[in-house]
Structures are given as structure tokens and as C-alpha cells.
Design a protein around this ligand. Structure first.
Ligand code: FES
Length: 105
């Protein structure tokens, strides 16, 4: 298992199951979200965590709740959140193995 190297902002970007994700080390544990901001594609791993463990995009500073992805800036965007399970053998993310077209089959 590779060691996770978080930046000073407690965030890192990783590829998991072919998807770029942002992993956050919060006061409550590990959280995971899409690597790109839903507003204009900012790199969330270059953002910040606030005192309430919300993630802030580095580009326009929209703030997102890491529990449900809601944009707390009131613009109506949602950041994709991935469920996380921390086990002795590693950190596991719940990532769908198919997109909309797989679902429609
Ligand atoms: S790109 Fe993230 S808030 Fe605009």
C-alpha cells in the first residue's frame, strides 16, 4: 500500500479506478471528492479546508460540504463526493464502474 502524502493543505490528488479524485484529511477522517471543481474546473487538491472541514476551490473560492457536495456559496453547484471506507488494508473509495450509458443498458 502506498503512503498518502498530503500537502500542507491536507489535500492530495490521486487516480483511483481511472478517475482523478481529491482526497482530504479532515478533522473527522478521510474524505474524497472529484478532483475538478464543478464551477469551472479548478483543481480541488490545490484548494483549502476551512475550520469546519469544508473544501474551498482555489480559483473562485466556492466552498463545498465534503459530506454531501453542496456548494455553500449559494450558486447551486454540487461537487461529486465519493464514499470512503478506511480499513487495515487501505483506504477504499466507492466509485461506480460505469457511467450513465452503462446504467441505461
Ligand atoms: S473553478 Fe472552482 S469556484 Fe470557480
Amino acid at each position: 500500500m502506498a503512503e498518502l502524502r498530503f500537502g500542507n493543505n491536507q489535500l492530495l490528488q490521486a487516480e483511483v479506478a481511472g478517475k482523478q479524485v481529491c482526497i482530504a484529511k479532515t478533522s473527522m477522517g478521510i474524505a474524497a471528492c472529484a478532483a475538478k471543481c464543478p464551477h469551472a474546473g479548478g483543481n480541488m487538491a490545490e484548494g483549502f479546508l476551512d475550520k469546519r472541514d469544508h473544501i474551498i476551490c482555489p480559483i473562485h473560492r466556492y466552498t463545498f460540504n465534503l459530506d454531501n457536495g453542496r456548494d455553500l456559496s449559494g450558486e447551486g453547484y454540487y461537487l461529486k463526493i465519493y464514499p470512503v471506507e478506511v480499513r487495515d488494508s487501505g483506504i477504499f473509495l466507492g466509485i461506480e464502474d460505469g457511467g450513465l450509458f452503462n446504467w441505461l443498458k
